[in-house]
Design a protein around this ligand. Structure first.
Ligand code: GMT
Length: 379
């Protein structure tokens, strides 16, 4: 198949998932055309089946807001026409689904039928999409999609609860390439972070409010008061200055290291003893799954799709949002008992195997075939 993938090219989970999906499909022989405003961060290396089309948004003094959606729809039309694209798969509804609908309508006038699938990732529904400013267009374009998928059961229900959706939403959980995350820790790297063999607690995110970074710091502060440990914070975003300030206030800068955005996440996950994700909401929590694949148990919140990945008391722990007392207690329980910690690490890895790409990617392929067949039959 020839597939066009539209996503955000940044470090966010939806872009990461879309890129990993595209790479996996290319490895299986499909031609995959990424249509984004930048090369996706995880799109590294060369593959004969992967193509990248940059969306250029020419500016003009009149534009306070350059019309990205228009540029995107026009680029989609161009890519579809010139590469015999069978199907467009857009990740994150805003503004990708409405741009895909626009492209589809334009192509139709030229006798080209191109179905599109919208994959909902989370904040496109739960935060941004619900906003009255966007909701009518989001609802309309989701409904116009030839198929809709959500990355968790929870996100499917959230969508049905908040939007008047007239179609079925299939749940296709996010996935991980389990083999990529089976890395032996690099001793020299581990030594830099934890020179005295302290436990390593990891958090990785885009440092937005929804991630509750302050809870990461407070939880770590309670852990380190009893267990020699280091906190590794990966990523960047609006909450980082607050987080750094909080570390200074608590006097824990020596033990909390901010390393910014990183490419080689496999090597970072490999040295982690524990992954902390105290978010207000996660439709899925792809970073938690990647950490588990690397054998790190997860201390997270009982919210959104996280209970679909983390089994409380087995491969991690789930606490109420904001309950740093409970999260730190659970972390200390794990980190202070090497036998239990090992059991949790093994269980985390085993759980991640259930979300391996080899079992999830074929679900997308099956959906593509079904949608393409339906669209061809309608001609
Ligand atoms: O919040 C993020 O981490 C970024 C955001 C995105 O759209 O890029 O992530 C959402 O999609 C990810 C991939 O499906 C999910 O794993 C995240 O849980 C989800 N974020 C939220 O729901 C807050």
């Amino acid at each position: 198949m020839n597939i066009g993938i539209v996503c955000y090219p940044t470090f966010g989970g939806s872009g990461v998932l879309a890129t990993e999906l595209g790479k996996a499909l290319a490895d299986k022989g499909h031609a995959v055309h990424f249509i984004t405003y930048q090369q996706p961060v995880r799109l590294t290396g060369f593959s004969a089946n992967v193509f990248f089309h940059e969306v250029r948004v020419p500016t003009y003094p009149l534009f306070d807001f350059p019309p990205y959606e228009t540029a995107l729809a026009s680029t989609m039309v161009d890519v579809v026409k010139n590469n015999r694209i069978d199907l467009l798969h857009v990740h994150y509804a805003i503004p990708h689904a409405s741009a895909a609908y626009m492209a589809q309508q334009i192509l139709k006038t030229e006798g080209i039928s191109t179905p599109f699938i919208t994959t909902l990732h989370g904040t496109d529904i739960t935060l941004v999409g619900k906003d009255k400013t966007y909701a009518p267009v989001v609802t309309f374009s989701i409904n116009q999609s030839d198929a809709i998928t959500a990355v968790s059961d929870n996100l499917r229900l959230e969508t049905l609860m908040h939007f008047a959706i007239e179609k079925d939403i299939s749940v296709i959980h996010n996935f991980v390439d389990i083999h990529r995350f089976t890395k032996r820790p690099i001793d020299a790297f581990k030594k830099v972070i934890a020179p005295n063999n302290e436990k390593i607690i990891l958090h990785a995110s885009n440092f937005r409010k929804v991630k509750r970074i302050a809870d990461v710091i407070y939880t770590f502060n309670k852990i380190r008061s009893e267990i020699p440990s280091k906190l590794l914070l990966v990523g960047d975003g609006p909450e980082r200055p607050m987080a750094e300030e909080l570390c200074r206030e608590l006097g824990i800068c020596e033990d909390a290291r901010f390393v910014g955005k990183q490419q080689d996440m496999e090597e970072i996950y490999a040295i982690a003893d524990l992954f902390l994700l105290p978010s207000e909401y996660e439709s899925f929590g792809l970073s938690a799954l990647e950490a588990m694949a690397a054998g790190a148990p997860v201390i997270a919140t009982q919210t959104g799709g996280l209970p679909e990945i983390v089994s409380d008391g087995k491969d991690g722990y789930l606490s109420e949002v904001g309950d740093v007392e409970n999260m730190s207690r659970n972390a200390k329980r794990l980190l202070s008992n090497s036998i239990v910690l090992e059991q949790f690490k093994t269980a985390a890895r085993k759980k991640a195997e259930m979300f391996d790409m080899n079992s999830i990617v074929p679900k997308y392929e099956a959906l593509y075939e079904q949608v393409i067949a339906k669209s061809s039959a309608a001609l």
